[in-house]
Design a protein around this ligand. Structure first.
Ligand code: CTP
Ligand code: MG
Length: 227
């Protein structure tokens, strides 16, 4: 079984210009969180979707979910204070409904324009490699800045930007999160936790359109792309 966990439990603290958490921001009549949920739902290769949100967003999310039929959505789960905690709570919540060998694809709802190709590439790769992260190559020059001055140029030939989905079998990602709790390891993404356990993470190519809506500029970009 291939299971998507879609994360929409954040507080959008870097986006104060809009009056709702970004996952509820409506672009072209559709709230942001639904974009990726609908894309996962359309794929035959996806068997179940779990949406993770918070108390504040839950009432509106439930309202939207009554309007749209998302037949693969098997549950809405309350997340935690950090992204890492949200993932862990979701993994705990689905414990009894998934098998150890099931493939878990973890995706940020803040990346509304995830393509079907990227999701399928994750599924194919995780059948071969134990852990997979979507990523794109850094194309711009990257430099270190100190006090508003360029300090040094970073060699970007090996630099990639991590995206989601990131994919693992259930056993491995659960083990990585449990290790993190036991050892107080904090990481920005799931592949970092799996690497911490000593596993190799394979990279599949993402797309620039799979950007994460983080600031008001990203909202403007999304609106330019969609409207
Ligand atoms: N996320 C989550 N639970 C949290 C924090 C984040 O499910 N406690 C989710 C967000 O909803 C988002 C994804 O993780 O889809 C990536 O996080 P980010 O872009 O950082 O979103 P926020 O944490 O909401 O934004 P900010 O960091 O600006 O507050
Ligand atoms: Mg955040």
């Amino acid at each position: 079984m291939n299971v998507a966990i879609i994360l929409a439990a954040g507080k959008s603290e870097r986006l104060n210009e809009i009056d709702v958490p970004k996952q509820l921001y409506v672009v072209n009549k559709v709230p942001l969180f639904l974009y990726s949920v609908l894309t996962f739902n359309q794929l035959d290769e996806i068997d179940a979707i779990y949406l993770v949100t918070n108390d504040e967003c839950l009432p509106l999310i439930e309202k939207y979910l009554k309007v749209y039929t998302i037949e693969k959505l098997k549950g809405v789960i309350l997340g935690g204070v950090t992204r890492q905690e949200s993932v862990y709570l979701a993994l705990r919540n689905i414990e009894k409904t998934v098998k150890n060998d099931d493939i878990i694809l973890i995706h940020d709802a803040a990346r509304p324009l995830i393509s079907k190709e990227t999701i399928l590439a994750n599924i194919e790769a995780v059948k071969i490699f134990e852990a997979v992260s979507t990523a794109i190559k850094v194309n711009d020059t990257v430099f270190n800045v100190k006090d508003d001055h360029v300090d040094h140029i970073v060699d970007r030939s090996c630099l990639y930007q991590a995206q989601t989905p990131q994919s693992f079998n259930y056993r491995l990602i659960k083990k990585a999160h449990e290790m993190a709790i036991n050892n107080m390891v904090v990481a920005n993404d799931d592949s970092a936790l799996v690497r911490e356990l000593g596993y190799d993470v394979h990279v599949v190519k993402g797309t620039t359109t799979n950007f994460k809506v983080t600031t008001i500029d990203d909202i403007k970009l999304l609106e330019m792309m969609i409207l």
